[in-house]
Design a protein around this ligand. Structure first.
Ligand code: FAD
Length: 588
């Protein structure tokens, strides 16, 4: 097979918010940059973000980055790295105003400033009461943001490779990253993208669960490529279940609904969050609300004939608020739940939503992996940003609206780091290893040669059911133990799965098979991490270890694909300039 070769200063894999924000930085600095993406940039999952992007602008009431930092550390259940969190919260206003200047159509206050709404876990004055911090464009914030970023890239002449799928990382003899091997979907062409810097911005892996708010393309490709290249993945056991997915359909109802005054009720009509979080109530952190809902359902206070969901009630709100601030939500409710929220409550259940873990990075966007006793050793040439990365600002639980912020802050800082590193890079690119594309070619050859392989669809379904049944909101020891052996059995089936159509041109079956290779790595990391971590912290709620255990488990989990090896890295408890936010019990 003929393999083409392309060379760039930087190659970015992924054209969601993180990839596009990095690309602006690089293209505007004059670096020759390629962005590879499975879908047209504005179809990336960022487009689906609804509620908002966090920044302590204080447009409606007093706010401060230090309060935002406190909330984020507390939200992370102290597993977040406090240097990275300070970095993000301090940068928030700058990157949001930059976005405004790129043309982002934010909603406005009467005074003409960016409109802000309350969101779960965001409080004023170090945890006192909910504060309006989420900057929003109605309930289509991600849509507006992704389009603004894309248009800015068009202006900067960024070169896009649309409907190309990156298959594997290329590493040199010293472990440095030299680029990626990728495939053009339209033709089946295989190409080596050689670059001084490779940025992964491939998004999440939410499709590993049966019930998920995530797009079909969120298959953890960056994680799969990283794991296959021998590098670790961090903290994957912390998977966020969003409290309000539409019952049955999984489609997301933004937390912004509760920010605007929506209330969760059980079968008795009770506002049950008052019992679980007397202070923040329906605006407690997501893990807290999801567990409260699961408990209500488990204890028989769920709604409907099967008592298997709760209700999100907006009927007391002024219809004008719903029409103006939440028009998309009304549409989703009518389409997917058959109810008009102006009159009737929406049936909702916790639904898999966001991976807190990912490729471990420094807050500069540089990827790290322990080496020679240094837990924070940099992997030269390799950067990551957005949901696929773990900086780690979200720790064990992410606050709503902190992801869109993460994309902007770390997309930009990864771009800045690349500019800095490329400036000191030798002019000529290092030679590629002779066999740079062999690994990807062998994966393709297996698919081409596999006769009577099990259907990719069937195996993927088994993967998603295993994750859903064994690694959900609450985690039980027997289910986790079974889950580990079941997911390893699924992994073997992935290796034997096959496709009937072996053609090269727009063969989506082939793409799905390659995606499954990635999803299984993300799933193993999640299940094995969950089984290993013997404590409850943030999104990891173990029935057999109900308490947080800071003595033994205040550390990041690292999972390596080889032998399913588990290791750890210390949490950075020291911020950049302020005092450490000291550990305490997390209540809302
Ligand atoms: C329904 C929904 C609502 C949300 N609402 C909010 C919100 O209101 N506020 C908030 O802060 N967060 C929200 N989130 C979370 C947030 O939107 C995501 O975490 C974030 O958008 C991820 O952005 P990203 O740039 O990392 O990746 P994505 O936007 O997912 O983009 C990933 C990109 O990688 C590309 N890609 C992946 N694999 C490959 C490959 N192998 N080869 C080539 N390209 C590849 C894809 O084509 C895509 O361009 C929401 C998430 C969901 C699912």
């Amino acid at each position: 097979m003929k393999i083409t070769q392309r060379t760039f200063d930087a190659v970015i894999v992924g054209a969601g918010g993180a990839g596009l924000r990095s690309a602006i930085q690089l293209s505007e600095s004059g670096l020759k940059t390629a962005v590879i993406t499975k879908v047209f940039p504005t179809r990336s999952h960022t487009v689906a973000a609804q509620g908002g992007v966090a920044a302590s602008l204080g447009n409606s009431e007093e706010d401060h980055w230090h309060w935002h930092m406190y909330d984020t550390v507390k939200g992370s259940d102290w597993l977040g790295d406090q240097d990275a969190i300070e970095f993000m919260c301090r940068k928030a206003n700058e990157v949001v105003i930059e976005l405004e200047h790129y043309g982002m159509p934010f909603d406005r206050t009467d005074a003409g400033k960016i409109y802000q709404r309350p969101f779960g876990g965001h409080m004023s004055n170090f945890g006192e009461k909910p504060v309006r911090r989420a900057c929003a464009a109605a309930d289509r914030t991600g849509h507006a943001m992704l389009h603004a970023l894309y248009q800015r890239n068009v202006r900067a002449n960024t070169q896009f490779f649309v409907e190309w799928m990156a298959l594997d990382l290329i590493r040199g003899a010293e472990g440095e990253v030299l680029g990626v091997v990728a495939m053009e979907m339209e033709t089946g062409e295989i190409s080596i993208f050689q670059a001084k810097a490779t940025i992964f911005a491939t998004g999440g892996s939410g499709r590993m669960f049966y019930s998920s708010t995530n797009a079909f393309i969120n298959t953890g490709d960056g994680l799969g490529m990283t794991a296959r290249a021998g590098l670790p993945i961090q903290d994957m056991e912390f998977f966020q279940f969003h409290p309000t997915g539409v019952y049955g359909a999984g489609v997301l109802i933004t937390e912004g609904v509760r920010g605007e005054g929506g209330i969760l009720r059980n079968s008795a009509g009770e506002r049950f969050m008052e019992r679980y979080a007397p202070n923040a109530k329906d605006l407690a952190s997501r893990d807290v609300v999801s567990r409260a809902m699961a408990t209500e359902i488990k204890e028989g206070r769920g709604c409907g004939p099967n008592r298997d969901h709760v209700l999100l009630d907006l009927s007391h709100l002024d219809p004008k608020v719903i029409m103006q601030r939440l028009p998309g939500i009304r549409e989703i409710s009518i389409q997917f739940a058959g109810v008009d929220p102006i009159r009737e409550p929406i049936p909702v259940v916790p639904t898999a939503h966001y991976q807190m873990g990912g490729i471990p990075t420094h807050y500069s966007g540089r990827v790290v992996a322990p080496r020679d006793g240094d837990p924070d050793a940099i992997v030269p040439g390799f950067y990551a940003a957005g949901e696929c990365a773990c900086a780690s600002v979200h720790g064990a639980n992410r606050l709503g609206t902190n992801s869109l912020l993460d994309l902007l802050v770390f997309g930009k800082s990864a771009g800045d780091s690349v500019i800095e590193d490329v400036a000191s890079h030798p002019k000529s690119l290092p030679d590629l290893p002779a066999n740079a594309a062999d690994y990807s070619l062998s994966r393709l050859a297996r698919l081409d040669g596999q006769v009577d392989g099990e259907s990719v669809h069937e195996v993927q379904l088994a993967l998603r059911r295993t994750m859903q049944d064994h690694c959900g909101v609450f985690r039980f020891p027997d289910l986790l133990k079974e889950g580990v052996s079941e997911i390893m059995a699924v992994a073997e089936r992935v290796g034997r799965s096959g496709i009937k159509d072996k053609s090269k041109v727009f063969n989506t079956a082939r793409i799905e098979a390659l995606e499954l290779d990635n999803l299984i790595e993300a799933a193993k990391a999640t299940m094995i991490g969950a089984a290993t971590r013997q404590e409850s912290r943030g999104a990891q709620a173990r029935a057999d270890f109900p308490e947080r255990d800071d003595i033994n488990w205040l550390k990041h989990t690292l999972w390596y694909r080889e032998d399913n090896r588990i290791d750890s890295r210390p949490v950075h408890l020291k911020p950049l300039t302020v005092d450490t936010i000291e550990l305490k019990k997390r209540t809302y």
